[in-house]
Design a protein around this ligand. Sequence first.
Ligand SMILES: CC(C)(COP(=O)(O)OP(=O)(O)OC[C@H]1O[C@@H](n2cnc3c(N)ncnc32)[C@H](O)[C@@H]1OP(=O)(O)O)[C@@H](O)C(=O)NCCC(=O)NCCS
Length: 171
Amino acid sequence: MKAQRSPSPAKISLRDAREADFETLYAIDQACYSTAVAYTREELRWYMSLRGAECLVAEAETGAKNSRARIAGFIVSVRRNARGHIVTIDVLETYRRAGVGSALLRRAEERMEQRGVSEVWLETATNNEPAIAFWKKHGYGSHGRLPSYYPDGLDALAMSKRLVNRAGAEN
Ligand SMILES: CC(C)(COP(=O)(O)OP(=O)(O)OC[C@H]1O[C@@H](n2cnc3c(N)ncnc32)[C@H](O)[C@@H]1OP(=O)(O)O)[C@@H](O)C(=O)NCCC(=O)NCCS
C-alpha cells in the first residue's frame, strides 16, 4: 500500500541560502541524520564554501497571518566542470512526502545543467531506503557499494545521473 502523503504546506518557495540561515541549516542536518553521520558546523561550512558550491533552501509559508516562512529543507551541491555532486539534501520530517525534496533537487539540477554539468554523483547509505527510493524516482542509477564510507562504518551506494537529454528523463 502506498504511504499516506503528509498534508502539503500552504506554499513552498525556493531561494539561495543566506549567511543568516546557517544555524537553521545546521539544526536541520542534525535532525535529519544520526549523530555519527550529521555534519559538524565546520564540515557543513566547509562544503558550503567550496568553489562551485550552491545551497538552495525551501521555505514553507505557514499560512498564519504575520508568521514567518519556515525553512523546510535544503540542498547543497558542488560542481567541478562537467561533474556535479550532491553533498546533502535534507527535508524536515514534518514536510516529507510533499514534494519538497523533489523541488529542491530539480532546481539544483537545473542550475548545474545551466552551468555546464552533464553528470551528477552522490552517495547514500545502503540502509537509507527512503533516500534510495527518492534517487531512483529521479533517475539516479547505482554504481555499487563504497565500503565503510560513513563514520559509523556503514557502506554507501554511489549513484549518478546524466543531465543531458533531460527530455527523456523521468522527472
Ligand atoms: C530523502 C528526502 C530528501 C526526500 O524528501 P521528500 O521531500 O520527502 O521527497 P519527495 O516528497 O519529493 O518524494 C519524491 C519521491 O521520492 C520517493 N520517496 C521519498 N520518500 C520516500 C519514502 N519514505 N519511502 C519510499 N519512497 C520515498 C517517492 O517515490 C516520492 O514520490 P511519491 O511521494 O509521489 O511516492 C527526505 O526523506 C530526507 O530529507 N531524508 C533525511 C535525509 C536524507 O536521508 N537525505 C538523503 C541522503 S543521500
